[in-house]
Design a protein around this ligand. Structure first.
Ligand SMILES: NC(=O)c1ccc[n+]([C@@H]2O[C@H](COP(=O)([O-])OP(=O)(O)OC[C@H]3O[C@@H](n4cnc5c(N)ncnc54)[C@H](O)[C@@H]3O)[C@@H](O)[C@H]2O)c1
Length: 114
């Protein structure tokens, strides 16, 4: 009898789903991407490591997204940190943002503007 904590591979469970696994060039991200692929998901691999990211994407019949290329396109010259998004979320949740409603705010460092 399998252990109640043993991972169960549900082949085909994710057919038709798409998974974007940041940092899947190697390590834990690669393992997660491999598992999602084994369950049927189509995989995209955004990573800073060009060669390993491309190899990982190809091994999973997926696509590689070169983070460095996106960084070069950013008007601020860098991609977002979690703190960039968290700051806006905190503003929206605070009294200072209490009268703001029905808006879409793009936290993109200028990559998307309106
Ligand atoms: N390996 C462990 O035992 C372990 C244990 C606890 C926590 N962690 C944490 O889990 C995370 C992953 O661990 P790992 O061992 O797989 O690390 P790793 O260094 O082997 O892999 C991280 C991957 O993320 C990519 N990456 C880093 N910054 C990126 C960015 N901004 N955009 C896109 N890709 C980016 C790297 O290029 C690399 O391919 C780390 O934060 C690590 O500290 C790891």
């Amino acid at each position: 009898m399998p252990s109640p904590t043993a991972p169960v591979l549900a082949a085909g469970r994710l057919i038709g789903a798409r998974a974007v696994v940041t940092g899947a060039a190697r390590g834990i991200g690669a393992a997660i991407a491999g598992r999602l692929h084994a369950e049927g998901a189509a995989i995209a691999v955004p990573d800073r490591l060009e060669d390993q990211g491309r190899a990982s994407g190809e091994a999973l019949d997926g696509v590689f997204i070169a983070v460095a290329a996106w960084t070069a396109r950013s008007p601020l010259g860098r991609l977002a940190d979690p703190q960039d998004v968290a700051g806006v979320a905190c503003f929206l949740a605070s009294a200072d943002g209490a009268y703001l409603t029905g808006q879409a705010i793009n936290v993109t460092g200028g990559m998307i503007t309106h």
